[in-house]
Every structure is written in structure tokens, then in C-alpha cells.
Design a protein around this ligand. Structure first.
Ligand code: XMP
Length: 522
């Protein structure tokens, strides 16, 4: 394990990410972590960047033991200054903030290039982002690289294996950065490059078994999305039928969704799943509600209510079954990016936690939380899903919002509108798959206008529905652009929707980017 201590840089999670890409296992902890409390011995430690100045009275500092553990240490940006600060020497505020590209000049001290920079060209492009810089060298340290603005852009105490760099090797703007990280982790620390999804899965299954024990039971919600499916499959492998998955059909799912999820999870993956058909309760409560935020609240609260009823039923059943243990655990498919946000040493972010706790359900029901995916990024979850034999269609699935079609039907939601949007959506996605462009699109769906428009069906004028189609490309869902379909595809889709979905007068393809629009319509 390479331990990454986080000083709050926006790039810290990328360090872990790069290590994983090198198949090196790494863990991130807040910089204030007491190193005597660790339950593992790291092969090396990386101190991240951070937005502070080491001199500020409220600046965070690392446990000084970090330099006494006898393992190599690499400080990045703030981490370098932290090394200098602990070794009692100067860090000065730079005359100008250095931000952006800089050329790093790698010094060959005597004849040898530092092991940290082995294999890199003498002059290499790096990404800088800092205000302070190193004034003088701490004792016994050497300068191993300079840049125009940083006379000590790289420092090393080769004997103690302590290294500091002013630039950020973890960002893609430092093209050879991964080699620096590899030189440190695999070369200097000797960390093994044996982290694979399979190894992770085995380790996680073993961890869950130990945690849950021989009798206790676990409950969790599944949605048909990749995260909850992978989490459920993992749990099923670990504890079998003692894991109870619950899917709530809220009446605003995609067409046939509940049936398909039941089929895939139960028959395909062997997960012990109950589908609760609560569509009437949801749709009745949504009747006449046009405000999108109100729709979200109604759906969120009703979901919690139903899940709680189901959890109580399962708990009761367990009580009356001989030899069955009590329901003690709650499974949640939290991913690493959510975790990063909530482990900041400045205090965990409560809003993020409650968001992922399904409305505080585990606390309310006195259940312990179990989060098997908390170390993984989305694409790693997908890789694991493939490894576990989850169907590729499901693994590569576009995201679907919790409030479902309710926020894709502008204005009030009726059963009739749900039918129209479900049928149009099914045709849209079918044709996208047929055209072979599903994986090029990040998210695609049909939505329904709150207004009607005139059209002609046969010889009749029809005051019918207005269907919107939307397909976007994005990497982070913060910004997005409309997808440009190959010639002929949209025409085929529009034709089919017009012919096959009763009551549709017009179909419109939406081409606005985000911003100014959002991906969803409400
Ligand atoms: P927007 O519409 O904000 O969507 O551009 C960005 C991403 O978030 C999803 N989304 C939601 N997901 N509950 C969810 O679980 C919601 O209320 C919600 N609103 C938007 C949307 O599908 C897209 O992937």
C-alpha cells in the first residue's frame, strides 16, 4: 500500500487514481492521521498538495512520525513545503504565484539523475500551481530539479529517501507525471504492481464475510443501475441469501425496468431480491403536482417510507426464522468520489453523507453501514461488473435519475403521460443501440412537454403530445453537448415513435448544451 495523506488539494484523488492505474494499491487518509494508529504498514507515503501556506497559524501539519517510519516519503507542492518546514528551513512566499505550464530542468547531481526522475528527458513540461516556494534547502537535502520560477522545484534526501516536488505529477498537464509516480512507488518504495479488480473483489468478499459474521443479515436497495447491481452481486457472493435486496417500483421507471431487474438479478446473478410494486402510492401522491422540487420530495419520502416497511418485514421474518440472525447491516453503493468529498480533514461534509444515506435510514433503523465500493471509481466498478459476469448492457448503462420519469414529464404526471414517455423512450434507446452509437452517448432519453400541439394522424387532426428527445455527451455531467446523430437515425426514430406511440403529434430533438440548459428537463 502507498498511503496518500491529503492536505486538501483538488488533485489529491488523482494521485490515488494514478497509482491504481499502475496496479498499485493505495489508500488516502486525511493529513492529520496519527501514523501509530494505522492498521497496515505502508510501503511509502505521499503528502499531497493543499491550498494553505505552511506558515499560517491554522495550517495543517502531518504527524512528524512520517519521517521516522523508515519508509520513503514524497511531498507534492504543499507536501514539499511541509517537508522543508519539518526540517526547520525556509519556505518563502513566491514573488508571483506560479500557475500553469513550466519547464522542469532535471539536474544531474554529479553524474546521477535522482531515481525519482529516471527515464525522463532533461527538460520536461510540468504543471505548477502554488504561491509559496522553497527559499533555502533543508540540511542534507539536494536540489534535483529547477524551474524558471522555482530554484528548488525538486529536492531529495536520497539516503533517507525523502523527496519533494513543486509540480503536480498527478495531472494530465504533466505528460510524464505518471513516470515520476511510478519511479517513486514501484521503484523507490518497491510497491508491487499487483492490484487488480479480481484481487480487490476477493479481498472485499473476505472482508465482508468477516465483518458480517456467520449469522447477521444485510439489506440494501437496488435500482438497476451499475453501482447498486455490482454492490448487490458482491454481497451475494459474500453472504448469499442473508443479503436481502429491495427494489421499489415507483411507477416512473423505464418501461419493463422492474421486470428486467428482477430477471437479471434473481435469475442471472442469484441475488435474493424483492420487487415492491408501489407505483399506485407514488402516482397517487404525484397527482396534480407540477413543481419539480415537490415531485422530488414526494418521491424521496415515499421511497424511504416503503423501504422502511420492507426492511421491517424482512427483520420480522428473520426473527421468526430459527437459526437466522438479526438484520444488522445496510448495504450502500457509495463510490470513491463521494468518499473523498466526505473525508476532508476540515470535517466531513454532512450534506453528502445524508444524500447517500437514503434519508438517514441506517441511523433511524440502527443499522450499520457497509460500503463495498467505497474505494472504487466508476470505471473500476464497471470493470468489476464485467468481471463478475454482469451483462454488458447493464454495466455500460446510461445513468437514470432517482425521481425517474417524473422529472422528464414537464408539469403534472399522469399514468397516460408515463405510458407515452416510456414507449417513446424504449424506441429511442432501441434505435440508438441498433445504430451502434449507445456507447458514444453519455445519456439519452425521451421527455414529454407539458403542452400539446396539433398534428395529423390518418385524416384526423390530433391535439397530441409533444415528445422531446435528448442525447448528450459529457465526461463529468457538469457540462454537456448535444449528440450529433449519423444521417438517417433520427428520421427512423421519429417515424417509429409517430407510428407506434399513440397520441403523439410531434417529436423534437433538443440540441441545447449544458450550460445554459441542464441534462434533465426539470
Ligand atoms: P442535470 O439535469 O442537473 O443532470 O444536468 C446531471 C445528471 O444528474 C442526473 N440528475 C439526477 N439524478 N436525482 C438523481 O438521482 C435527481 O433529482 C437528478 N436530477 C438530475 C441527471 O440524470 C444527469 O445524469
Amino acid at each position: 500500500t502507498i498511503l496518500v495523506l491529503d492536505f486538501g488539494s483538488q488533485y489529491t484523488h488523482l494521485i490515488t487514481r494514478r497509482l491504481r492505474e499502475l496496479n498499485i494499491y493505495s489508500e488516502m487518509l486525511p493529513c492529520t492521521q496519527k501514523l501509530t494508529d494505522l492498521d497496515f504498514k505502508p510501503k511509502g507515503i505521499i503528502l499531497s498538495g493543499g491550498p494553505y501556506s505552511v506558515y499560517a497559524s491554522d495550517a495543517p501539519h502531518v504527524d512528524p512520525n512520517v519521517f521516522e517510519l523508515g519508509v520513503p516519503v514524497l511531498g507534492i507542492c504543499y507536501g514539499l513545503q511541509e517537508i522543508a518546514w519539518h526540517h526547520g528551513k525556509d519556505v518563502v512566499a513566491g514573488e508571483k504565484r506560479e500557475y500553469g505550464h513550466a519547464e522542469l530542468n532535471i539536474h544531474a547531481n554529479g553524474s546521477e539523475v535522482s531515481r525519482l526522475f529516471q527515464g525522463l528527458p532533461n527538460n520536461t513540461d510540468v504543471w505548477m500551481s502554488h504561491g509559496d516556494k522553497l527559499g533555502r534547502m533543508p540540511e542534507d537535502f539536494q536540489t534535483i530539479a529547477t524551474s524558471p520560477n522555482s530554484p528548488h522545484a525538486g529536492i531529495a534526501h536520497e539516503k533517507k529517501q525523502i523527496y519533494g516536488i513543486q509540480f503536480h505529477p498527478e495531472v494530465t498537464h504533466t505528460p510524464r507525471g505518471v513516470e515520476v509516480i511510478k519511479n517513486f512507488a514501484a521503484g523507490i518504495c518497491g510497491a508491487k504492481q499487483d492490484w487488480t479488480m479480481e484481487a480487490f473483489k476477493d479481498k472485499e468478499v473476505a472482508r465482508i464475510r468477516k465483518l458480517v459474521g456467520e449469522k447477521a443479515q444485510v439489506i440494501g436497495a437496488v435500482s438497476g443501475g451499475v453501482d447498486s447491481t455490482v454492490a448487490a452481486k458482491l454481497m451475494q457472493e459474500a453472504v448469499g441469501a442473508r443479503f436481502h435486496a429491495v427494489m421499489v417500483d415507483n411507477g416512473v421507471l423505464r418501461k419493463n425496468e422492474a421486470k428486467q431487474v428482477k430477471e437479471t438479478l434473481t435469475r442471472g446473478l442469484g441475488v435474493n431480491l424483492t420487487v415492491v410494486d408501489a407505483s399506485d402510492r407514488f402516482l397517487d401522491r404525484l397527482q396534480g403536482v407540477a413543481d419539480p422540487e415537490k415531485k422530488r420530495i414526494i418521491i424521496g419520502n415515499t421511497f424511504i417510507e416503503i423501504f422502511e416497511e420492507e426492511a421491517k418485514r424482512i427483520a420480522k421474518e428473520a426473527e421468526s426464522t430459527p437459526h437466522a440472525g438479526p438484520v444488522e447491516w445496510f448495504l450502500q453503493g457509495t463510490l470513491y468520489p463521494d468518499v473523498i468529498e466526505s473525508i476532508s480533514f476540515r470535517g466531513p461534509s454532512q450534506t453528502i453523507k445524508t444524500h447517500h444515506n437514503v434519508g438517514g435510514l441506517p441511523e433511524k433503523m440502527k443499522l450499520k453501514l457497509i460500503e463495498p465500493l467505497r474505494e472504487l471509481f466508476k470505471d473500476e466498478v464497471r470493470a468489476m461488473g464485467r468481471e463478475m459476469g454482469i451483462p454488458p448492457d447493464l454495466v455500460g448503462r446510461h445513468p437514470f435519475p432517482g425521481p425517474g420519469l417524473a422529472i422528464r414529464i414537464l408539469g403534472d404526471v399522469t399514468r397516460e403521460k408515463v405510458r407515452v414517455v416510456q414507449e417513446a423512450d424504449l424506441i429511442f434507446i432501441e434505435e440508438i443501440r441498433k445504430a451502434g452509437v449507445y456507447d458514444e452517448i453519455s445519456q439519452a432519453f425521451a421527455a414529454l412537454s407539458g403542452d400539446r400541439a396539433v398534428g395529423v394522424v390518418g385524416d384526423q387532426r390530433l391535439h397530441g403530445y409533444l415528445v422531446f428527445l435528448r442525447a448528450v455527451r459529457t465526461t463529468d455531467f457538469m457540462t454537456a453537448t448535444a449528440y450529433e446523430f449519423p444521417a438517417g437515425v433520427l428520421a427512423r426514430i421519429v417515424n417509429r415513435i409517430g407510428n407506434e406511440v399513440e397520441g403523439v403529434a410531434r417529436v423534437l430533438y433538443e440540441v441545447t448544451s449544458k450550460p445554459p440548459s441542464t441534462i434533465e428537463f426539470e
